[in-house]
Ligand binder design. Structure first.
Ligand SMILES: *Cc1c(COP(=O)(O)O)cnc(C)c1O
Length: 466
């Protein structure tokens, strides 16, 4: 029966003509590809002896409908906005930090026009892109010199290559961290040409371990922030101050990879104490590296601050060019850093800082508003419940920190949490949440006020399909 229908499969031209007639926008090549795929899918289903799952009464109509859907999918951007209902503030899979709105404005301003990216307007001659954020970074961190590259992995790699290639770098075994996405300290070290000299044990490293490891070939003592894990229990680490003291004694470079690298001591807002960039600089490290888009809340970038002698060597290394920061990123980084000059305003203006320090009562009010909106929809199969949950910082920072938060649990009659999660994720404006106690839940910490109506609409769409 299905096989008989093969003869009535429409020709490509017929589908293409229909698509062209109704679709002014997409290029012909896109329409043609969709027409071919839709017909081919239908043919395969019929040959397999089954009606295509999307077949209506009329084969041609349903092929056309399928082709229309394929065109829409193909014309949609691959990189799209999503709503983050996970409560993970610096969510690496969801784009890490959100840029402050003034930063977005400045990017637009610089992107579509010429700029003084590498032009010294005072002198009327070639300038350096490094100079754009150097003074600000020095002012904010207390460092002598600074530069920014593409990302922190690049900052670590470049610093090792410029300062320790062919020499030994001493690192505690407790700090040989893997960040995810294949960034591992030992591997980065190997690719930079520096030689890893592990000291101590996983849980305990002492001053004497560092001392005993120093030899003719040693160029650097490296401290790496453990970021996404914590060693607890019977532990011992050597402070950066002590390592700096040892470095001075033996004339070695001391570098710290801070990972997240906050410019604000968030312990004053009730979070656990994390080392700040200012503290590492004050402790006397020659080089400190950190990310632009983790706790800093700016664009993806790797920031290197420290002593002029070391930073200048890094700037001059030929590979610096390969890791150089793009002008849009630079525009974003500069504007973000400018916000940091005001200790009060930055907590409101930088979304990452704002979301990390949100008062749970404010989050609860957001949850209630979403609940009320969902209730107003009047869908019998849809229930929303406000509940206390915990959010996470993310971005490989404060892995043990739970931030008290509130979520909205969305229950749809006859649907499992997994099926709701999947449907939410596949919406035109995808809604990413998490499953808490077997219920799909939106953590309101990372959902903006103006996203509450969108979240309610998402629930309506998903419940409406049930
Ligand atoms: C995140 C992190 C990196 C890598 O930084 P990116 O900005 O993702 O390149 C390197 N080191 C540590 C300790 C980190 O936490």
């Amino acid at each position: 029966m299905a096989i008989n229908q093969l003869k009535s499969l429409p020709k490509v031209d017929r589908i293409l003509d229909s698509l062209m007639a109704e679709n002014g926008g997409p290029p012909r090549s896109v329409l043609l590809k969709a027409a071919r795929t839709a017909i081919e899918d239908a043919r395969r289903s019929l040959v397999a002896g089954e009606a295509p799952s999307w077949t209506g009464d009329n084969l041609e109509d349903s092929v056309l409908e399928r082709a229309r859907a394929l065109v829409a999918l193909d014309m949609r951007d691959n990189l799209r906005r999503v709503i983050n209902g996970t409560g993970v503030v610096v969510h690496t899979n969801l784009g890490r930090s959100l840029l402050p709105s003034v930063v977005c404005d400045h990017i637009v301003n610089v992107a579509g026009r010429y700029s003084n990216l590498e032009f010294d307007l005072e002198a009327g001659k070639r300038g350096s892109r490094f100079s754009i954020v150097e003074d600000l970074l020095c002012e904010l961190t207390g460092a002598e010199a600074a530069m920014a590259v593409n990302n922190n992995a690049g900052a670590v790699f470049l610093s090792l290559m410029a300062l320790a290639k062919g020499h030994e770098v001493v690192v505690s075994r407790g700090e040989l961290v893997e960040i995810g996405g294949s960034f591992r300290i030992p591997d980065v070290m190997a690719s930079s040409g520096a030689v890893l000299k592990e000291v101590g044990t996983t849980n305990r490293t002492h001053m004497r371990d560092y001392e005993n490891a120093i030899g003719e070939e040693t160029a650097m003592l490296l401290k790496a922030h453990t970021s996404n894990f914590a060693v607890v229990g019977f532990t011992a680490t050597v402070s950066l101050e002590e390592i700096v003291g040892l470095g001075k004694k033996h004339d070695l470079i001391v570098m710290e990879d801070l990972g997240s690298g906050s410019l604000v001591d968030l312990s004053q807002y009730g979070l656990a104490k994390e080392p700040t960039v200012m503290e590492s600089v004050a402790a006397g490290a020659d080089v400190v590296t950190f990310s632009g888009d983790k706790m800093l809340g700016g664009p993806q970038a790797g920031i290197i601050v420290g002593k002029a002698e070391s930073v200048n060597k890094i700037k001059k290394h030929p590979v610096a060019r390969a890791l150089r920061i793009d002008k849009l990123t630079l525009a974003a980084l500069e504007t973000t850093l400018r916000l940091y000059r005001d200790p009060i305003k930055r907590m409101e203006a930088v979304p990452t800082l704002r979301m990390l320090t949100l008062d749970p009562e404010v989050i609860k009010r957001k949850a209630r508003r979403l609940q009320a909106r969902i209730k107003k929809l009047g869908l019998e199969n849809l229930t929303a419940k406000v509940k206390a949950i915990d959010s996470k910082v993310g971005g490989g920072a404060l892995p043990l920190q739970n931030l008290p938060s509130f979520g909205v649990a969305i229950l749809i009659e006859g649907r499992t949490a997994n099926s709701v999660e999947k449907a939410m994720r596949k919406l035109e404006l995808p809604m990413v949440g998490r499953i808490e106690d077997d219920v799909f839940t939106l953590d309101m910490r990372t959902i903006a006020d103006d996203e509450i109506p969108l979240a309610a609409h998402a629930a309506e769409l998903v419940a409406g399909k049930s």
